[in-house]
Design a protein around this ligand. Structure first.
Ligand SMILES: Nc1ncnc2c1ncn2[C@@H]1O[C@H](COP(=O)(O)OP(=O)(O)O)[C@@H](O)[C@H]1O
Ligand SMILES: [Mg+2]
Length: 364
């Protein structure tokens, strides 16, 4: 065998490979664009999709916007306004930090950025197709940013095959927006699929009011708020009554520093906090926001930032378990159940599982 030829990959190939990690489906694009809008200080964010996001995703924000120069720079790989050194990750105040989302998305779609920096007269519009800048023009637009992503993965047919049908992809987007709304009660969030509003969340007073608004009247009436702090770990939990328990963990929403995350340890801590009120194998409706001191969590462990690593996971789980336990003990619905040990399965099975706002279309 002759010597294999080594070559440095072309930049657009590197971007497509990076996109493979971050852009799993249309909802991943929506997540990256919403994170950017929140980091830009937006108060109102509108997400519109066509064909479940496979055809078009449009995210409009009223954040700080970008100058023409910044918008072009933002398309470069590893270009970010959010960190300057790795140490900045330990006190991170932003959702983004990699500087990879825009170039990754641009490498696998036809993207249009329209953005106007507050105080500037004209907006800039940049059209990029599969990493190639097609045009940069002036445009009229309100202050803020609109990013349109059309024909996602059109140039990677092998990846496109892995996407599900429109309804399923739309349901992933709806679920994601529900989680973002849960984490940011001060935001006004709007979601439209094919021109039809599927979620409208005007600003709420606080996390509890937001949880009640998003989960709907029936669950809201049976949702108890619990707050606590232990070893510097702050926990705010909104706990559904045990009869709302479900066979899947979809009703447990976990947030760390306002990031929606998945974490088996924390999930277990929540179910432990309910003790015997919820039978094994079932999960409560519970919204749990956790905040840890700067330096106690590493957010740079998962390409989509869906997982985090705690410096002291045991302490974080203990704090969550204790706050949930205390909340459950104080809840009015706890008193209804009396104090005579576990409730009986027969009492539970007569109650249909709750419908969350994003239910209806099975997620896969
Ligand atoms: N909606 C937006 N409003 C204002 N600035 C934005 C917006 N989206 C992206 N940017 C700018 O573009 C940069 C690159 O974005 P991105 O590729 O997502 O990387 P990151 O978010 O990790 O910095 C950001 O750091 C930010 O300065
Ligand atoms: Mg980003």
């Amino acid at each position: 065998m002759g010597e294999p030829v080594i070559a440095v990959l072309a930049p657009e190939v590197i971007d497509q490979i990076a996109a493979g990690e971050v852009i799993e489906r249309p909802a991943s694009v929506v997540k990256e664009l919403i994170d950017n809008a929140i980091d830009a200080g937006a108060r109102t964010i509108t997400v519109e999709t066509a064909a479940g996001g496979r055809g078009l995703i449009r995210v409009t924000d009223d954040g700080c916007g970008m100058s023409a120069r910044s918008a072009l720079l933002a398309l470069e790989r590893h270009a970010t306004s959010k960190i300057r050194s790795v140490d900045d990750l330990w006190g991170l105040g932003s959702l983004g930090f990699r500087g990879e989302a825009l170039p990754s998305i641009a490498s696998v779609s036809r993207m249009t950025i329209t953005t106007r920096l507050g105080g500037e007269l004209a907006a800039t519009r940049i059209i990029i197709e599969a990493s190639r800048i097609v045009s940069v023009t002036e445009a009229g637009a309100p202050a803020g940013t609109t990013i349109e992503v059309a024909d996602l993965l059109h140039n990677l047919p092998a990846r496109l095959k892995f996407l599900k049908g429109e309804a399923t992809e739309a349901s992933h987007i709806t679920e994601l927006i529900g989680r973002v709304a849960m984490a940011h009660p001060e935001l006004h969030l709007r979601l439209k699929h094919n021109g039809r509003t599927s979620l409208e969340a005007p600003p709420d007073r606080d996390g509890y009011a937001r949880a009640q608004a998003l989960l709907g009247g029936r669950i809201a009436a049976r949702l108890e708020a619990a707050h606590g702090e232990e070893d510097g770990v702050r926990v705010a939990a909104y706990l559904g009554a045990p009869e709302l328990a479900q066979a899947t963990a979809r009703g447990v929403q976990l947030f760390v520093g306002k990031r929606p995350i998945r974490d088996r340890g924390l999930l277990h801590a929540v179910t432990m906090g309910y003790g015997e009120l919820i039978p094994r194998g079932r999960y409560p409706i519970a919204i749990v926001h956790v905040d840890v001191p700067a330096g106690a969590v590493d957010v740079n462990v998962h390409p989509q930032k869906l997982e985090v690593r705690f410096s002291d996971a045991t302490a974080v789980c203990a704090a969550v378990r204790h706050v949930v336990q205390a909340g459950v003990a104080a809840a009015p619905w706890r008193a209804e159940l009396g104090h005579a040990g576990p409730i009986h399965m027969s009492a539970l099975t007569t109650v249909a599982p709750p419908r969350l706002p994003f239910d209806g279309i099975p997620a896969t």
